[in-house]
Design a protein around this ligand. Structure first.
Ligand code: C2E
Ligand code: MG
Ligand code: MG
Length: 559
């Protein structure tokens, strides 16, 4: 008993001392506090008094074996309080031996770890679930996917990964606030869960990105694809129903990318990426749609990524340059030029804007690029002032809708003018009807400011191809419209094109705008346009776009 007493007895830990036959000799106060049994009730019984029934016989057998072999056992164990409540405890048991090595007593100490367990579960939840929607997160999805991949290989049945992204979620979040955005995400999560079968998983990867994992589809690829299509269609329908967000009823749609799989060798990252790419294609197709992944997408997306990387560097490395294409009056006299951007790519050579402007718009790289174009054009205009053959000629600059809508645009134009000392009236901004599509009122205000405050000219590019509305045109403070190349091409043979040209020219006259025809390639086209009263011309017939040095060197023949 001396050795036993040597162990500090009254502690926070519950303690039990038994004899070699596991009969309880002594317990402490903490034991009573935790288990609910008094010393009188416990003494003489065995610790089986506390058995919860949660462990099977082999658990206790292992414990016993370890105690015999090593003299110690510790681990987590579920026990039952006198009240019947089951609780987890951390238990350590040591065998006490006499001088001959015979076990005389067992001393156990234990801690009630209910709270720690709860905290662990909480941590576990946070590690595997999204706190907002309570859907599994990326980590749990990865684990499920790993299991599914293993079993789909065994069963020869297809599974599918669907990547779901809410259309225009960012706009909603930015304009209505994050609380509303969160509320939408929660409702989307609920609908997705309702839309799938019990065995399928729905996860949220973050933001407005969700993933659905379909399992146990047909072993036949055609049937599997039909099943995926049907499931996706069902999701799109459910997600397209109106949402109650606070006071308002909100409509929104989603885009879905899907990739079927069967091979256990498939990588999880690869599948997610493929589904993501397909989703991106669905967006491109006009949203509220689903697309399947196909390997050609991979190459395209890789090329796009490489192009974006190069584009980011191009500004820093000074790889952009402006080509100038002459604009002439009815007598063929040079009025100025349109500045057309070119990218001098170190490996690929000269790249035309058609290959990179839309990517630059998507990535908003068009903002610094457009700013560069503006200052370069202003720099040229300022330099021309000192050359009698070029002084007074105008320069037209293309402005992307993204750039035009940027809040800093007006300041940027003012800055480019001020820094270069160029005359504002010689700078002409070419905009397209797309700037009017969103927020027409604001676009018109901005156009007025450009004209009235800064004094720059405004030309409407590609006229006739957009959503041309006469009621807009009347309100716009324009100086010029550019008759689109598509009506010039067949003007001398196609009566419809000729009629449109007539209408545009008459419109220009009515609104006191000059009309310039673009894409004039031959004298028939020029003559047809001249006969209709067109004011100005641009096209290969008068000159191709050339470097600014070549443009300056050629000057105007009759200036
Ligand atoms: P755009 O503003 O309509 O420019 C006219 C396009 O037609 C130019 O193509 C020009 O080279 C081409 N072109 C000119 N004359 C003829 C002709 O007689 N026949 C034919 N078939 N084509 C002719 P480019 O330089 O490839 O530019 C394409 C478009 O890229 C431009 O269309 C413009 O929308 C955009 N772009 C060009 N430079 C810039 C820029 O600095 N910023 C922005 N945002 N966009 C630009
Ligand atoms: Mg243009
Ligand atoms: Mg044009």
């Amino acid at each position: 008993m001396m050795r036993v007493a040597a162990i500090a007895f009254e502690t926070q830990e519950g303690m039990v001392v038994t004899d070699a036959q596991s009969r309880i000799l002594r317990v402490n106060e903490a034991f009573t506090r935790v288990t609910g049994y008094s010393a009188e009730e416990a003494v003489g019984k065995t610790p089986a008094l506390l058995k919860s029934g949660r462990h099977d016989d082999s658990f206790y057998q292992d414990m016993w074996n370890t105690l015999q072999a090593q003299g110690r056992w510790q681990g987590e164990i579920w026990n039952r309080r006198k009240s019947g409540e089951i609780y987890p405890e951390w238990l350590s048991i040591s065998a006490v031996q006499d001088s001959e090595g015979r076990t005389t007593h067992f001393v156990s100490s234990f801690l009630d770890i209910t709270q720690r367990k709860e905290a662990e579960e909480q941590i576990q939840f946070l590690a595997y679930y999204d706190p907002l929607t309570h859907l599994p997160n990326r980590r749990l999805l990865n684990e499920r996917l790993r299991k599914v991949l293993a079993s789909s290989g065994r069963h020869q049945r297809y599974g599918a990964l669907l990547f779901i992204d809410i259309d225009n979620f960012k706009t909603l979040n930015d304009t209505m606030g994050h609380a509303i955005g969160d509320s939408l995400l929660i409702q989307v999560a609920q609908r997705l869960r309702l839309s799938v079968r019990a065995g399928d998983s729905v996860a949220r990867l973050g933001g407005d990105e969700f993933v659905v994992l379909l399992e146990d589809l047909s072993p036949n690829i055609h049937e599997a694809i039909a099943q995926i299509r049907q499931a996706a269609q069902h999701m799109l329908e459910m997600l397209g129903e109106p949402y109650a967000l606070g006071e308002i009823s909100h409509h929104c749609t989603a885009s879905i990318g899907a990739v079927p799989f069967r091979d256990a060798g498939e990588s999880i990252e690869g599948l997610l990426k493929s589904a993501d790419m397909a989703m991106y294609k669905a967006k491109e197709s006009g949203k509220n749609a689903m697309r399947f992944f196909d390997p050609a997408m991979q190459t395209e997306i890789e090329q796009r990524a490489a192009l974006e990387r190069d584009l980011r560097q191009a500004l820093l490395l000074g790889e952009f340059t402006l080509y100038l294409q002459p604009q002439v009056d009815r007598h063929g006299r040079r009025l100025g030029a349109e500045a057309l951007i070119r990218w001098q790519h170190p490996q690929r050579g000269l790249i035309l804007p058609g290959e990179f402007i839309s990517l630059a718009e998507d990535t908003r790289l068009i903002l610094p690029i457009g700013q560069w174009v503006l200052s370069e054009a202003c720099r040229l205009l300022a330099a021309w002032r000192h050359d009698p053959a070029l002084a007074g000629q105008s320069l037209a600059v293309n402005v992307s809708a993204v750039q035009f809508r940027d809040s800093a645009f007006l300041d940027n134009v003012a800055q480019a003018l001020a820094e270069s000392g160029a005359s504002p009236e010689l700078l002409k901004l070419e905009i397209t009807e797309s700037v009017l599509l969103e927020n027409t009122g604001e676009a018109i205000t901005r156009m007025r400011a450009l004209k009235d405050e800064l004094g720059v000219g405004l030309s409407l590019d590609d006229f006739g191809t957009g959503y041309s509305s006469l009621s807009y045109l009347k309100q716009l403070p324009l100086d010029q419209v550019k008759l689109d190349r598509s009506f010039v091409r067949d003007i001398d043979s196609n009566p419809n094109d000729a009629a449109i040209a007539d209408a545009v020219i008459a419109l220009g006259r009515a609104f006191k705008l000059t009309v310039i025809a673009e894409g004039v390639e031959n004298e028939h086209q020029r003559d047809a346009l001249l006969a209709r009263g067109c004011d100005a011309f641009q096209g290969y017939f008068f000159g191709r776009p050339v470097s600014s040095d070549a443009f300056a060197a050629s000057k105007a023949p009759d200036a």
